[in-house]
Every structure is written in structure tokens, then in C-alpha cells.
Design a protein around this ligand. Sequence first.
Ligand code: ASP
Length: 589
Amino acid sequence: MRTQYCGALNTSFIDQQVTLCGWVDRRRDHGGVIFIDLRDRDGVVQVVFDPDAAENFKIADKVRSEYVLRVQGRVRARSEATINPNMATGEVEVYGLEVEILNSAETPPFPLHDTTVGEDVRLRYRYVDLRRQDMQERLRFRSRVTTAIRNYLDDNGFLDIETPILTRATPEGARDYLVPSRTHEGKFFALPQSPQLFKQLLMVSGFDRYYQIAKCFRDEDLRADRQPEFTQIDIETSFMDEEQIMAVTEGMIRQLFSRLKGVELGEFPRMPYAEAMQTYGSDKPDLRIPLQLTEIKDLLKDIDFKVFAGPANDPKCRVTALKVSGGASISRKQIDEYTKFVGIYGARGLAWIKVNELEKGVEGLQSPIIKFLGDEVTLQIMERTGAANGDIVFFGADKSKVVTEALGALRCKLGEDLDLYTCDWAPLWVVDFPMFEETDDGSLTSLHHPFTAPSCAADELRANPAAALSRAYDMVLNGCELGGGSIRIHQKPMQQAVFEVLGIDTAEQREKFGFLLDALQYGAPPHGGLAFGLDRLIMLMTGAHSIRDVIAFPKTQSAACVMTDAPGAVATEQLRELNIRLKKKEPVA
Ligand code: ASP
């Protein structure tokens, strides 16, 4: 139907006759001459109709925003005065010779150029929202990324193999989405939280290098950067150790950034998990921010001030300082805001010291807590943190988890609020994770997933599971976990040892993972892999603020689709076939 895309036109087409198809972006009537900005996926070009083209002028006069047109015309140069430098096609316009209305359109539910439209209405009319230039650009960029990924992995010998969507529970630490089975009464499929076990089985089958751009489903309470249904770049290899896996996947990310963004990321540094938590208060430290946490527990053991001395003498607690260079200008009001902010993480307060004139000793400091700390300890803290005039030091004293999370989050918030970033991109690998973490009831759960190999032998693991490290690795970029993976367990006794530590008894092991334990007995090779979150990667690369802005049809925060109105009720007949009866909702008293 067309000869060119609107957005492709430039001065090299001058005097050529072209046929364009697209949407009316804007229509203006300038004293008898009608200007139509015609838009397609490549961009916008101005089409001019004057009354000389009588019939066509009448049609052009009728069209409104978002009508679908087919236009024939001649490309001509714009006069010097009418060149539009803000438009890619701004040096030319099309003199319209013929126009055909392919479809009319209702007034759009919101003006496409309005950037203040609420997300709810955008999602309800997503097909209109996706016409907007930024959405078009992001989804095109996403397509370029997935193409580049496929090419890279293909060049490196990886095979693209699909795995089932209707499957059994795959433990990645979230709730499953369940699908009732009609043919097996009372039984349910689970949608995969990831293709983890299938990709491991593909290694047992000898495929050696697998990848898949896979949909994963996790029924979680949603935070800003989560979706119930999301996409992973899922990778698994055999006969490679962690160094080789990290090298090949790091190479992929480096190449993506280099080719698609012109950014050279360089070699990624490595950081042990313990150091990340200790120094940055996060297992995904944002290394663009130059702030670090300083332990001061030893300095506070003997003071009278219970708020600090209590945690300082409790092995389950941390007492930590966060120095912010130049932070003395933070107002009391802002400090109150930050106090509320750390409260989200369970911190019961946020003590601080401002450094005005350090040469005057404690006289030169400003803080409500110095009188409780005593002069000597205060100055020791100043020395340990390296505080200088103009700085502020914040404090956290509580259970280790609370202090780590609160100050880790505060560190990032300060980095953002005060624009402390020292570079645009800060990638790293976090390594040496613990195998397990303690849950609130004191039992152990896997930090990654139960198929992750420990770096010790099975006996050692059983003897002291809390101290065991895993062979897992996470790739972190700008404070976001881009991807994570591990070397897997490939021998049955070790897999059983891990299940035991997790409190999964033999019967449950058989019931849930019998197929995996069996497979490990039929010649499972050493293997490992990882998965990247594609949506988050695109979000970072495009600078989008929400993960929903890089997904064509995302779910809302409450895990619904307002466009299709899913999830929806189903007919009683369908439920009957599935042998499901819905309980009547209790009336609200
Ligand atoms: N299956 C893991 C996940 O979804 C990634 C991996 O270990 O490969 O987080």
C-alpha cells in the first residue's frame, strides 16, 4: 500500500512521488491550506493540501486526529523559513495529490502528546498509548536487544529450546500461579516461576548450551519494578565453571551496551556478598554512589546511652555510621523525612551529627546525641568515618538486618536526592553468597534456589549449613540485579543433603522432585547457568522509570489487566468441567 515510511523521508526524496500510510498526528487549517502531520512507526512528516487539489482538499478537511490515511504526494523542500529543526523530516514536506481515508477514529481517549495522562487510562487504552513516540521507541529498542541477544548466544553455540508453561511448581521463592486440570480431577498445573529444572534436564540430555527468552510467572505482591508475568533471558551450560559462565554472559551484556548504546562497560569488578552487605547495605550495591557504611560497634560498647550501647553489645546487631560528604546542608525537615524513610525498614530513629568546624572539637559539631555519646567517643567516630567540615554522619543501631536495609536504602536515596553519582554505569558481580538464610521462624531457606551448588562438601554442609557459601553469582548494574545464577548440584547425594537442610523429607523430595533426583542418576554433567531479567535490563538501558513502560501489555500494581479486564469471572459450566465450586463470599458485617 505504501512506497515509504513517513519518518524515512528527507531531502534525498525531493521531487519524488511517494505513497504513505499512517495516522493523523495533528491537523491544522492555515487559512485555506491544510497541514496534516502523518505518523507511522518510523516518524512523522508534514503533508500539505491546498484548495487546488479540490476533491482531496475536501477529504483532508474532514479528517481528524488518529484517522488512518493513505496519501500520495510529491516530496518537496520546505522554504528556509519553514524548516522545522525539531522534526527528523523537518527539511521536507509532502505536497498532497491524493488522499484516501482508510479508517476514521473516535476522538482519542487522551491526547497523544499529553505527557501527564494517568497510567490507568493509558493502560485501559494501551493500543492508543503504544502509538506514542516514546513507547514506540522503547519497544523497538527492546526488539533490537532481543535480536542482539539471540545473535550473540547463537554465535556462541547456544541452542534456543522452549520449555513447558503448564508444569509443576518450580521453587524460586514466590507463590505459584495455578491452572486447574480438567482431565485430572482435583489436580493443578503451576505456571513456571522460571524454566530452572527443565534447563537443568536439558543439560542432562546433552544439549550443552541452552538459552530461551522465557516467560516466568510469580504471584507476588508487586513492587514498582516487578510484574506477575515477566521475561527472562534464561541460560544454561554444561562443563563450564563459574568463571567461564560469568565471562560469556558478561560478554553478552558488554556487547549489548557497546553496540546498542555506544557505552563501553569494561571489566566487571567482583565483590563478595559479605562485603556488599557490610559496606553498602545491599546485595546489589549501586557503585555509582560514593557513600559507604562504617562499622562503629566496638567504639560504643561501654557508653551509657542504651540506644547505642544495647545493640553494640548484642551479636545480632550492627551499629553503623554513614558519612555524607557535604551533607551538613541537609535541613532538619529533610532529616525528618529521612527518619520516616528509614522507618519503612524498621529503624526506630535516625541519629545524626553535622560537622561544622571540626578543628574546634565537639564544639564544632551539631547534634542531639553528642551529650549521650561523650566527647571522646564522638571524636573517635569522626576520625573513623573520616568526617570533615560540611559533612553529616547518620547512624543506625539495631538488629543487623534492620540497620543494613535501612542504611543501605538511605545510601541510595541520598545518592539520588543529592545527585551524588560519579558515573553513568556501574556494573559488578556479587559472589560468595551464603547457601541459606534464616527465616523468621528460625528455619533455613535457600538464598537462591535449592539446586544451587555449595562450595563445600556435603558433610560440611550438613554440619554447619548456616556457614556454607554457594557457587552463585549475581550481575548488578546501578543498584539493580540484572541477573543471577549458579553452578548447580549435579549429584544426587548433594541434592539430597540440601533438601535435608531445607527440611524437605524423603517423601516430599520424592513427591516434588523425584524426576530431578532420578535424572541426576542417569549421567548428569556438571552444569550451571543464569537468568537475566529482560524487562529490567530494557528499563535500565532506555532510562524508563517503570517496568510497565518497557512491556507492551503489562499488568497493573494489583496484577490485573485493565484493558482486557483480566482476571475475569468464568461461566459456571466451565467451573463444573473443572470440578470447581466457588465459595460464596461471606457478607461483610
Ligand atoms: N532460575 C533462576 C532465577 O529465575 C536463575 C538461575 O539460577 O539460572 O532466578
